[in-house]
Design a protein around this ligand. Structure first.
Ligand code: THG
Length: 274
């Protein structure tokens, strides 16, 4: 399971403040701690924290790279913001270009731009593409799968290795009226997306979206994570500080025969994941 740590995001008050005050300590602490907790990548999302998104993502990337060499996941639906992040990023460490839809009303070519940027960044650059298009975020199974199929076709057409592609079926908060069918729809979509290419395209989700505004956040997140992993989910943007969640990752991998069972498998997972 490839874990992308969610915490360096301007949506969090302490990160927003750190950005506003150019306070490196908060960002560097989160970078180090999330790496120690088992993150393979650190999501870097400016959010609404700053007017100058290009300058801010560059500052975040430089600030993180001063303190650790963990791979970064540049998170923005704006190609110019991704491009700014890429100028500062050390792409040899591996980099993810996160959050392109198939297309947008205002930018029909957005996926092409992400593919182009990933190619320029080198062989260790991958893309996270959302099952979303100019009509918005689909709520049903078939449209999610159809958009995923178009994303995979586009990658193949452009000669972009589908092993460098992560498909995100878009998780929405479960507490929104009428949204309770969505987790089931996402699982059903994943069952089909995994067969769109051979080997299967990678799949990821923004796990914490699911429980936004709910009381049992950690429980909801970790039960859904186990369900999704059984349908082929091999990555998630998640709260790596949630040790119950990390134990579910370890246990699900063990039950799926991806980690060796021993009485101390949780400890083994925690230490090898550092
Ligand atoms: N898919 C992809 N990328 C994504 C998402 C996705 N990136 C951003 C987001 N969604 C994933 N990251 C988060 C980070 C935090 C939260 C949810 C998703 C979260 N934040 C608290 C909240 O809203 O309650 C903030 C609490 C606070 O302000 O302290 O839940 O889906 N590809």
């Amino acid at each position: 399971m490839l874990l992308i740590a969610e915490r360096i995001n301007g949506m969090f008050t302490n990160v927003k403040r750190a950005i506003a005050e150019k306070d490196k300590k908060v960002i560097q602490y989160l970078a180090k701690k999330q790496t120690e907790a088992g993150a393979a990548y650190l999501d870097v999302n400016v959010g609404t924290a700053a007017a100058d998104q290009e300058g801010t993502i560059q500052w975040l990337v430089e600030t993180i790279q001063e303190t650790c060499s963990t791979s970064l996941c540049l998170d923005s639906q704006k190609p110019n913001v991704i491009a700014a992040g890429l100028k500062a990023v050390n792409a040899e460490n591996g980099v993810l270009l996160n959050s392109t839809p198939l297309n947008k009303k205002s930018d029909e070519e957005i996926l092409d731009k992400f593919i182009e940027m990933a190619n320029q960044a080198g062989p260790k650059a991958s893309i996270i593409a959302l099952t979303m298009d100019k009509n918005g975020v689909p709520q049903d199974i078939d449209t999610r799968v159809a958009i995923a199929a178009e994303i995979v076709s586009k990658a193949i057409e452009k000669g972009f290795d589908t092993q460098r592609l992560f498909i995100d079926p878009i998780v929405l908060p479960v507490n929104v009226p009428n949204a309770q069918v969505q987790p089931g729809n996402i699982l059903a979509a994943m069952e089909q997306i995994r067969y769109l290419a051979d080997p299967a395209p990678h799949m990821t989700i923004g796990l914490s979206n699911l429980s936004q505004g709910a009381t049992e956040r950690s429980l909801i997140n970790r039960v859904f994570l186990a369900m999704a992993m059984s349908r082929g989910l091999d990555s998630a943007i998640a709260d790596v500080f949630d040790t119950d969640l990390m134990n579910v990752v370890a246990t699900t991998e063990m039950l799926m025969n991806k980690q060796i069972y021993s009485d101390s498998y949780l400890k083994v997972f925690a230490s090898t994941n550092k």
